[in-house]
Design a protein around this ligand. Structure first.
Ligand code: FPP
Length: 246
């Protein structure tokens, strides 16, 4: 029986995505339904993220990206914004040793300069302490927005063109990729959004061109590794043709 399970698992693994991105939505509703402050939902959400990160290596996932804070999230109450930034700080402190030991490489994308200097230093240190790790690449999108990333890319390219360092006729998709914050990452194969919302909400606008999109009704604090696996299996049985007919 155990052997049968192993065979199934390895067959499933061969079709599993290489890069999965998560829009971890529903923390606020989860907390509200329990009469708790919204930040409690984010704390519970961080625990679920820990479980998912741990599960990735054995599921053959090489890249995991999580949307942790969008450029629009500043519009939330001050309590919630500081609750979230304290949570990032706490999480980076409590998890860093294990992430380093388990071979996880951490990247942050988004405009980190908007955060406290001490938080930015913590982010920089975690990136540098894990930069040679190769088991899993965990990218945390923090103060990230797809439109703002595209504006940055256009600005950088225009500047190079004005300086005479780039010929606009040489511009193609590969070159555009190099000016995005994800230049070192493959595009996501699968994007999962929880809580029943069926939007990208300004996440990975360029990178999602061929991603499989999966929407799950579960609120993020209830999203388990079993939910995660069921999306990977669904992904594995779908045929992705990248616009071709073969
Ligand atoms: C969206 O739920 C979730 C967020 C804005 C924050 C996500 C952050 C975590 C899961 C914390 C862990 C992350 C790290 C990197 C430590 P929502 O508040 O919009 O939920 P709602 O739609 O129900 O209001």
């Amino acid at each position: 029986m155990a052997k049968q399970k192993l065979i199934n698992t390895s067959q499933e693994l061969s079709n599993f995505p290489n890069h999965v991105a998560l829009v971890m939505d529903g923390n606020g509703r989860w907390a509200k339904a329990r009469g708790l402050p919204r930040v409690q939902g984010h704390h519970r959400g961080a625990e679920r993220l820990r479980d998912i990160v741990k599960s990735c290596p054995e599921l053959g996932i090489r890249y995991l990206t999580v949307f942790a804070f969008s450029t629009e999230n500043w519009k939330r109450g001050q309590d919630e914004v500081s609750g979230l930034t304290n949570l990032f700080r706490q999480y980076m402190g409590s998890e860093s040793r294990e992430l380093i030991e388990k071979g996880v490489k951490i990247n942050f994308i988004g405009n980190r300069e908007a955060f406290d200097r001490s938080l930015v230093e913590q982010m920089n240190q975690l990136e540098s302490a894990t930069k040679s790790n190769e088991v899993l690449e965990l990218t945390v999108a923090i103060n990230y927005g797809g439109k703002s990333e595209i504006v940055d890319m256009v600005r950088k390219i225009t500047r190079k063109a004005v300086e005479g360092k780039l010929n606009p006729d040489q511009l193609d998709e590969v070159l555009v990729d190099k000016f995005l914050s994800t230049s070192n990452l493959p595009d996501p194969d699968l994007i999962i959004r929880t809580s029943g919302e069926t939007r990208l909400s300004n996440f990975f606008l360029w990178q999602a061109a061929y991603s499989e999109l999966a929407f799950d009704q579960t609120l993020w604090p209830d999203f388990t590794v079993e939910h995660f696996k069921s999306h990977l299996i669904q992904y594995g049985i779908k045929e992705r043709r990248f616009g071709s007919i073969t």
